[in-house]
Structure formats: structure tokens, C-alpha cells
Design a protein around this ligand. Structure first.
Ligand SMILES: [Zn+2]
Length: 219
């Protein structure tokens, strides 16, 4: 479980504008059916935030300042968590689940410490999601998020919903993961039918009729 307090890198805590990580269609011109947003399947705000993180890191658009702004906009200003004092992420190999995530690390680790933290965090989050589409599925990160209190049931309006409540001292991957967890717990069937995670590049997308759930259009 990703709850060990193993060696961590610490850096000080930046604006990230994007399409908020909505699934990106193929650039090859082929027509594909996507999980069309509808009142029932409209990506929640936590999902959009989590996807934007993954896409931002993968596309190298996210830097220290952008990460700070992403956290402020999606977590602090929404009341999800207090502002973290430090951005940190365990070194790879420190967590039992790392063996499933290491394939999403770049061959050459970034020399910039923030970049290194970002790629490690993305690799772990993608690795968690990949577990959902494996056979048998590995969804231990869901129970881990519940057990640690990073996601909780709360009354939102007049309905009980799962909400993310990461702590200011949580690792970055745990923070991003719990955003996905709140969405998954609220509509597990949608993920079982639509989630695709590329084994090669780690791209996360939603497609109700994928040729392969573990491949993307570019790999
Ligand atoms: Zn790919």
C-alpha cells in the first residue's frame, strides 16, 4: 500500500491551464466512439483535475509553478485539503506497488527534482489505474484510500457522496490517486466499461468500445 513513510524527496511547492485532461481523440482521423459526456457520465471535477495532472506531466507542460497552481485551484480553493507545505513523493522501489508502476517511468530520470517527483507520481497513479483493467483486477488502492481516510463519505447537498480528503503531508501520488478514487467509487461500472490505460505510454482514456484497453492510438 502506498501509505509507507519511506525516503521522500522534499521540494518547495506552481498555473496549469489545459483542457483539464478530457479524453483526447485520435489524431489519425479515424472515427471512434468515446464515452460521451452525459449527465450520468459527465467527468466530475475531481476526475478532470486528476486527468489534467496526468496529461500535464506526460506532455511536460507541468512545472513547479504550474503544479502549485493546480493544487491551489483543484484542492485548496475547493476545500479538499489544506495547502501542502512540501511536495514530496517516495523514491521508486520504496512501495510494494512499485513493481506495477515502474514501466511508466522514463528511461532517464529527470535531473530536476520537481520533474522527478512529477514523473514518479504519475507512474504510480497510472499503475494504480492499470490495476483496474487487469485480470484479475487489482483495486487495492481503493481500499487503501478508504482505510487511510483520503476518501470519505460526506453529505454533498442532499446526497451522500465520496469526497477526497488528502492530508497536507500526503505524497503527491496519493493526493492525485484519491481524486480518481472518489470518482471510481461513485461509478465503478463506468470505469469497468470504459477505462483504458496504455501499457506503453500510460495514457488514460475512456472508450466504451476500445480495440484494446491496454493500448492507445499512438502506441
Ligand atoms: Zn500509448
Amino acid at each position: 500500500m502506498s501509505i509507507q513513510h519511506s525516503p521522500r524527496h522534499l521540494v518547495g511547492m506552481k498555473r496549469f491551464d489545459s483542457n483539464d485532461g478530457m479524453p483526447v481523440p485520435s489524431s489519425g482521423g479515424s472515427v471512434r466512439r468515446f464515452a460521451t459526456p452525459s449527465p450520468a457520465s459527465q467527468p466530475s471535477s475531481p476526475l478532470a483535475a486528476a486527468l489534467s495532472f496526468l496529461e500535464g506531466v506526460a506532455s511536460h507542460r507541468m512545472c513547479k509553478e504550474e503544479l502549485r497552481a493546480w493544487i491551489d485551484r483543484n484542492l485548496v480553493h475547493t476545500g479538499t485539503m489544506p495547502h501542502p507545505w512540501h511536495l514530496h513523493e517516495p523514491l521508486f522501489g520504496a512501495l510494494p506497488s512499485d513493481k506495477h508502476c515502474s514501466i511508466f517511468l522514463p528511461e532517464v530520470p529527470p535531473s530536476d527534482e520537481t520533474d522527478a517527483i512529477l514523473v514518479r507520481a504519475r507512474a504510480r497513479v497510472v499503475g494504480h489505474l492499470r490495476g483496474l483493467i487487469q485480470t484479475p483486477s487489482d483495486d487495492r488502492f481503493l481500499s487503501a484510500a478508504i482505510f487511510t481516510g483520503r476518501v470519505r463519505r460526506a453529505l454533498v447537498g442532499d446526497t451522500m457522496q465520496w469526497v477526497a480528503r488528502p492530508r497536507s503531508y500526503d505524497g503527491l501520488s496519493d493526493i492525485v490517486t484519491c481524486l480518481f478514487v472518489t470518482d471510481i467509487l461513485g461509478r465503478r461500472d463506468f470505469y469497468e466499461s470504459n477505462l483504458c490505460v496504455c501499457d506503453t505510454c500510460g495514457r488514460v482514456r475512456f472508450d466504451p468500445e476500445p480495440a484494446q484497453r491496454n493500448k492507445c492510438f499512438f502506441c
